[in-house]
Design a protein around this ligand. Sequence first.
Ligand code: PLP
Length: 626
Amino acid sequence: MSSPSSFADLYNFPAWSKDHFTLNSDGEVAVLNPLDPSAKPVSLYGIVEELHSRGIASPVLVRVEQFLKNSIDGLHSAFGQAIESAQYKNRYQGVFPIKVNQQSKVISNIVEMGRPYHYGLEAGSKPELVVALSQPLSSQALIVCNGVKDAEFVELAMMSNRVGFNTIIVIESPKELDTIIEVHKRTGMKPRLGVRIKLTHRIQGKWQESSGDRSTFGLNTLQLINIVDKLRAHDLLDCLVLQHSHLGSQIPDIIDVRYAVSEACRYFSVLKSEGVPLQYLDIGGGLGVDYSGDKMASETSINYTIPEYATNVVETIKYALDEAGISHPILVSESGRAIVARSSILITNVIEDTRYDADEKPVVSAEDHHLLRDLADVERYIEENRLQECLNDAQYYRDEMRALFRRGHIGIRETARGEEIYLYLMARIKRSAMTSENLQVLEQLDQNVDIYHCNFSLFQSLPDSWAIDQVHPVMPLQRLTEEPTRKAILADITCDSDGKLENFIQEDGLKFALPVHRLTEDPYYIGIFYVGAYQETLGDLHNLFGDTNVAVIRLTDDGFDLVHDTEGDTIAEVLSYVEYDHKDCLENFRATLDRAVSDKRINGAERRAFAGFYRECMNGYTYYEL
Ligand SMILES: Cc1ncc(COP(=O)(O)O)c(C=O)c1O
């Protein structure tokens, strides 16, 4: 038998779990404290069971506080070290883009953990600016305002400077400058400004379209020069203190970072020589996450570490600006994904399975239809060199039998037995193909994997998986000392055929099906990792499944503390999002009950019980409840 860790290896676990998860001796995935490597690992399975006992049911999103702190500390120490070793003569001062995870607890944690570093926030909209201004940021911390801005947005940003925030309005388009000038003239407040430059370098990866000439944001060279001239003409050039560019998220190849940063430096030098008093060089987001742990430039991985990213950025800027004889600016980045992705894990329970093979062969008698007997007879010649023939024959007899059923020549019970025989044959053929390593046959059977029906909504909790085929590490949380003998795709509980996961990170690359254990009476939990970035806020209410329960945990010396929990949406809440009044619903249902009483279909006691039950459902969780 393989060693326990080898079953976790199937999921490429050692590669992507580093310093954050391990496998305990019970074969369960356990959480490590990255800030205290000597601390005892805490079983995720145990965490879920404990949460259940406290009434926090799955699906549940578990956030680990120490993971967040570790990534904030890690980013700052990477830039700190890169600055020191390159002898860069200024500092790094990052901002967290609120859009990447807007949840209030996440933002307040980030602000608190980032205070020693004067970590700021990036706001891409008015509501996000409203959030930023409600936070106890350090007075040095930046608030970088990106996105399309109306006069109200601009005025709020200018006002925030008057009360002590360090807010910078990044000009995204020529029209925006007109708005800024108008607000300045009307209110007499002076803005602090940035310019967003559209770099020509195009990155590879899923966010290719946000880079290059055709990207939707930022100023081209002509627009930039016009803006500088206009600011000068309005005596506002001294307000322009920041240069910004953003290449797109999840940049797979470090070489693209180098090219883009050197292009940004060229603009920086030119603007400085035009007399623009720039103090900050903001390189945007894009720092990727190694979802698969493969350490290569691909859609699921990146070919660099955070310290390597910081070194590349700092060195490129230093050399480019030294050559141009320009003093080093404060270096800003807007990394979102790399800060929060790892800190959340979505945990779902498998409700049931649909299998495409069978253990037992139904009995066939001489009275059965000959197609059924022919089908059953295939078992007789399942042998190494006839597997393809068996597969062909089984397929043919099954399809013929279905055709007869459609035409009414064979009954439903016989057909059902035929289907079961077919599934039994598939299991037998597969076993034989595995023993004889017949890859051709195995490949054909590979599509016949199980479906594990899991308690979550892809559209609510993993929207990027649906929209842009984002792949997250996924694996069972328990029984990893036992060989997973089944393979499955994971279906969610929405009534939508797109609501499924069928692309999984494994040790030998991305695979269509996930190795899983046969279900037993005990709950079977599956963890979906690295879901802290973008997923929580892009999610929608498909089938009216709402937010899941959330548990924020702090790892302790001998387990964990539940620091905070947020109950997932109730049915009444999601109904209100789509403009239903739950009281109206209740009233309408009661009227139906009253008619049923009048029609003598139910009695008074039943009416009371039914109305109570409806109200109870209304206040319940939107997901499958055990
Ligand atoms: C302007 C801007 N800054 C920062 C980010 C965050 O990028 P990432 O999550 O890749 O760090 C984004 C997201 O695409 C963005 O549009």
